[in-house]
Design a protein around this ligand. Structure first.
Ligand code: CA
Length: 282
């Protein structure tokens, strides 16, 4: 659940979890980040990193890929699978500079990728940029939730998808699914104008806040993850090949590739929503 305590004004120190098994690197990072006013914890094994995610609640994770007991990729995957809406930002630190690693890193939900050896100063700037983006997303979400609560807007819905903005909850077929703050922003943005196509650039500007260092691949990665979570409502989130994305129109045609089957599914979804509304009204 999001709370105003997560906003930038009230959070005293941001927490950085350093997951790194090379003591020289981890101690210099620990020193540098502490000196810059961050709260820092170091984990030199994957197992300890997973424990620290639960107890330390980092805002950002610096993640080495080659750990003695586990791959950093696996840790990143677990971070992104967590139901928490305020998932940490993840920056991968890797000695491997091949493009394939970068691609896999972004696909599993890393926000940035830094190749060793790196300058601590440059890493610090990247960390600041990532944390700024994360704060902006969370602050915007809190402000929108407050505004929708003030307007008395209870929920936005489309077919079997329902989003309760003020409570930050998403339901598919009346079953709750857990989305991150960024996925929530993305969903709300598309949901406010169903049927309207949004380009990657628009999404980067409106959802992420414009940050040139955010690769447009990030948009595709988040859309894919969100689509996986949407389960039976996944087909509502449509790709306009080579251009961008949109949510299906409420009563318009479904994805052009869809057959009759999904049209009747849409109808039953609307009926379900109606039933739900009726049930609420009683
Ligand atoms: Ca290592």
């Amino acid at each position: 659940m999001l709370s105003p305590a997560m906003g930038s004004e009230t959070s005293p120190k941001e927490r950085v979890l350093v997951v790194e098994d090379e003591p020289d690197i981890s101690s210099s990072l620990e020193y540098a980040f502490r000196a810059s006013g961050y709260e820092v914890q170091v984990a030199d094994r994957g197992e300890l990193a997973l424990a620290a995610l639960e107890t330390f609640h980092p805002d950002l994770v610096l993640l080495d890929l080659m750990l003695p007991d586990m791959s950093g990729m696996e840790i990143c995957r677990r971070v992104r699978k967590s139901p928490s809406s305020d998932q940490p930002a993840v920056i991968i630190l890797s000695a491997r500079a091949q493009e394939v690693d970068r691609v896999v890193g972004f696909e599993i939900g890393a926000d940035d990728y830094v190749v060793k050896p790196f300058s601590v100063r440059e890493l610090m700037l990247r960390v600041e940029a990532r944390l700024r983006t994360r704060r902006a997303v969370i602050d915007a979400l809190i402000a929108e939730a407050a505004a929708s609560a003030a307007d008395g807007v209870e929920a936005l819905g489309l077919r079997n998808l329902r989003v309760d903005e003020s409570a930050h909850r998403v339901f598919v077929d009346d079953k709750e699914i857990h989305v991150s703050a960024l996925e929530m922003r993305l969903l709300l943005y598309l949901l406010r104008s169903p049927g309207r196509m949004r380009t990657r650039r628009e999404l980067l500007t409106e959802v992420w806040g414009y940050h040139p260092e955010v690769a447009s691949r990030t948009v595709d990665t988040h859309i894919k993850r969100l689509r996986d979570k949407l389960d039976t409502a996944a087909d509502l989130l449509q790709t306009v090949r080579g251009v961008g994305f949109r949510l299906a129109e409420p009563n318009g045609p479904q994805d052009p590739s869809d057959d009759q089957g999904s049209t009747s599914l849409a109808a039953s979804g609307n009926q379900r929503q109606k039933n739900h509304r009726d049930a609420k009204a009683r």
